[in-house]
Design a protein around this ligand. Structure first.
Ligand code: NAI
Length: 383
């Protein structure tokens, strides 16, 4: 194992941004890149006999062991893979902190096409690297990795956070992610319409995958109406046929005459092109990094649209998964209460934004950093 370590320093404010594409002119250098970050540890996982090229990024273990998914993706370059891992692991630190969980920020990336390059040997080789960290990093699933793959990784290490129910894990976390998003929608609804009740509200759902389809069911149960879209026509047709919801083409979802716009697909969908087209008064969904650019949060607010910051709204699945590591083990009542706290947290973000005269997205970072800096001071003083 080759591991490059950079010492843990102050956890200062760093904005979560979309991955920066490889520079076409300047030659990229791993150590120069690491010098620009505050990550505690980067582990290069290289096992040529099975084609494994991966990076485990540990941003911070201040709150607890690093915990985050492993993503398998055909990154065009090592630079892009490393940058994605660094950015995603840092985002996990903020998500855990804001959610009040005792887990640290970590994430791993495997370079390769999951459709063609994934094998049992590759996953097991990766699992061995995770195991060598002896609990400094717990691995979950992410893009390109399935619950079955997690069982394969589990053959080599016990430091696995996400497993299917039949393997003793908690299974799919998307329904809890969706449930958390509904709490976030309620906080936004109360601010705009003076009531948290979603009954009678119309919601545009962009994406009917694991989270979007779960949110759709929960919204209909809460008495809301839905307009849906997905690139996958089969998913749209099934929702229309089975649930009687209205559907629009993917490009038309932004202009749908709805109360709430729910991004449940890709990041970057709230941008200079889409903000002027939105007719909703509220934006809340599960998509990570929903803003394309830093200025988009302000642009949305200038249109009078209330939104729930993404890493606060979509933390429900993470909160559910982390419950197994709480003292006393998994407790369904406690996790239910912790999910409901997302509503309070979004309201707290509104208050911080008002108090400090900043955007809600910036206020979400203030909320996350408050806890981190208090614990950092404690660690600096007492070790
Ligand atoms: P998924 O892969 O199950 O579903 C995504 C769906 O979006 C797919 O049906 C896809 O066809 C559709 N889609 C993609 N681009 C689209 C577009 N332009 N217009 C309309 N539909 C489009 O993914 P999942 O797990 O539901 O995640 C959705 C989002 O929520 C992602 O951004 C993910 O990072 C985020 N998230 C998911 C969590 C989870 O518990 N699964 C937890 C936290 C965040």
């Amino acid at each position: 194992m080759n591991s490059a370590q950079s010492g843990a320093t102050d956890l200062g404010a760093r904005e979560m941004v979309e991955p920066v594409a490889a520079s076409p002119t300047k030659k990229w250098d791993l150590f120069e890149e690491l010098a620009t970050t505050e990550h505690e540890k980067i582990v290069i996982c290289h096992e040529p006999s099975v084609g494994l090229r991966a990076v485990i990024c540990i941003h911070s273990t201040l709150l607890g062991p690093a915990n985050g998914g492993v993503r398998m993706y055909p990154y065009p370059s090592t630079e892009e893979a490393v940058r994605d891992g660094l950015r995603l692991s840092e985002a996990m630190t903020y998500k855990w902190s804001a959610a009040g969980e005792n887990r640290g920020g970590g994430k791993a990336v495997i370079i390769g096409d999951p459709a063609t390059a994934k094998s049992e040997a590759l996953l097991r080789a990766f699992g061995r690297f995770v195991d060598q960290l002896r609990g400094e990093y717990y691995v979950g699933e992410d893009v390109g990795i399935t619950l079955d793959d997690m069982q394969t990784i589990h053959l080599e290490t016990d430091y696995v956070a996400t497993l299917p129910v039949e393997a003793g894990g908690l299974g799919d976390i998307a329904p809890q992610t969706a449930s958390g998003v509904l709490y976030a929608m309620r906080a936004c609804a109360e601010r705009v319409w003076g009531t948290r009740d979603l009954a009678g509200r119309t919601v545009a759902l962009q994406g009917l995958g694991a989270c979007g389809s779960a949110a759709l069911g929960q919204l209909l149960e809460a008495g809301a109406k839905a307009v849906v879209t997905d690139l996958d026509q089969n998913r749209v047709e099934a929702a229309v046929r089975e649930l009687g919801v209205e559907a629009v083409e993917p490009a038309e979802i932004y202009e749908a005459p709805v109360d709430i716009f729910g991004p449940f697909a890709m990041g970057g969908v709230i941008n200079a092109d889409t903000i002027p087209r939105l007719r909703a008064k509220v934006v809340a969904g599960s998509a990570n990094n929903m803003f394309a650019e830093e200025g988009d949060a302000l642009a949305l607010e200038e249109r009078g649209i209330v939104y729930a910051p993404d890493f606060i709204a979509n933390a429900g699945g993470a909160i559910f998964d982390a419950e197994q590591f709480r003292k006393g083990g998994f407790n369904a009542d406690r996790v239910g209460k912790r999910l409901a706290l997302i509503e309070d947290r979004v309201k707290e973000v509104f208050e911080i934004a008002k108090r400090d005269g900043i955007t809600c997205q910036a206020a979400a970072h203030v909320l996350a950093e408050r806890r981190l800096s208090a614990l950092w001071q404690l660690r600096s003083k007492h070790g």
